[in-house]
Design a protein around this ligand. Structure first.
Ligand code: COA
Length: 327
């Protein structure tokens, strides 16, 4: 188990065509472009078309990640999808994507940790690859958050968007150099506290109300928990690996709010030029936000092979966590 490393072989992402601007929202509800930008940093978000599902977004992101890795679906033996907005209660979105990609072998399943989903799913996938049980995985974060928003609630509907991001992860033999020096997943740290459910949840579910319900949130309480808990998750993980904020090349945070990103980066001593922020263009895409932000920075040439990247997320549950990867 210790002689394997999980490498990021490819990255991809997909955003629906439809862009919803703050001004369009201000024409529908009592809000303004200025309020949304000032409190959140969000200028626009992408919204899935009528009939376009989470698996549709995930399939596109997965295809792009496979192309980036120079691989085909035949090379993959595991698909893990992080989502809060599955196409169906069952089957899992991962198995829907498995069929759509024409994969007739291996295994596929979903991970549900809301906005922390990609970090949780990365931790699970990394562990499965390191045991040798699977060799190459598609790890996908995909969401259609627009489908569980109350579009009359200005305190939540302005914050979220739809999208998907994906990585191809490969189990490879580790080289003799120190684990944190070679490309691959260095480590992850997961936390949750179910007592904090009321701060961020949906008003329903199949077993309680027979419907998905709508997202509700106590915004300023979540904000305070986000800054404290994310900072703690990042500090703990970096300390475990003998690293500090100065060692990090890129901070790739969950894209919930520009003010949260800045506050956390400041606490950790990470220079603002190292923060990858897509919150202005994507809004909060929940489990898709980290791989989407990562892919934007890979495509525009900021994140390069060998760079040390620190990921984090916090979401409903509450759940939170962090991960260190060398690209
Ligand atoms: N447009 C205009 N006014 C709005 C508004 C909107 N879209 N949403 C809320 N308001 C109003 C409130 O009604 C309130 O008015 P009041 O003082 O008359 O009652 C006022 O703005 C302040 O609300 P408050 O919730 O205290 O604002 P805030 O500064 O905390 O910002 C959030 C609200 C949601 C932007 C902020 O709390 C936040 O980002 N929280 C974290 C959210 C998050 O990260 N969630 C996802 C985790 S995965």
């Amino acid at each position: 188990m210790t002689n394997r490393v999980t490498r990021i072989s490819g990255s991809g992402s997909y955003l629906p065509d439809r862009i919803l601007t703050n001004d369009e929202l201000a024409a529908q509800i009592d809000t303004s472009d200025a309020w949304i930008r000032e409190r959140t940093g969000i200028a626009q978000r992408h919204i899935a078309a009528e009939g376009q599902t989470t698996s549709d977004l995930g399939v596109e992101a997965a295809r792009r990640a496979l192309d980036d890795a120079g691989l085909t679906i035949a090379d993959i033996d595991l698909i893990v999808v992080a989502t809060t907005t599955p196409d169906f209660v069952f089957p899992s979105t991962a198995t829907v994507i498995q069929a759509r990609l024409g994969m007739d072998h291996g295994a596929a399943f979903d991970v549900q940790a809301v906005c922390s989903g990609f970090v949780y799913a990365l931790s699970v996938t990394d562990a499965l690859l390191k045991t040798g049980q699977h060799k190459r995985a598609l790890l996908i974060g995909a969401e259609t958050m627009s489908r569980i928003l109350n579009w009359e609630d200005r305190s939540t509907c302005v914050l979220f968007g739809d999208g998907a991001g994906a990585w191809v992860l490969s189990a490879e033999e580790a080289s003799p150099e120190a684990a944190d020096r070679q490309p691959g997943v260095i480590g992850s740290y997961l936390r949750s506290d179910g007592r904090l459910k009321e701060l961020l949840h949906t008003t329903g579910g199949p077993s309680s109300t027979r419907s998905s319900g709508y997202l509700v949130m106590q915004g300023n309480a979540v904000f305070r928990h986000a800054v404290v808990n994310i900072s703690e998750a990042m500090t703990t993980l970096m300390r475990q690996h003998g690293l500090t904020g100065e060692d990090v090349d890129w901070f790739v945070p969950h894209q919930a709010n520009q003010r949260i990103l800045e506050a956390v980066a400041k606490r950790l001593g990470i220079a603002s030029g190292k923060v990858i922020s897509t919150v202005a263009n994507h809004g909060n895409t929940s489990a898709a936000s980290v791989p989407l932000a990562f892919d934007v920075a890979v495509q525009d040439g900021r994140i390069k092979r060998g760079d040390l990247c620190l990921l984090e997320a916090l979401g409903g549950g509450l759940t939170w966590g962090s991960a260190l990867v060398r690209y």
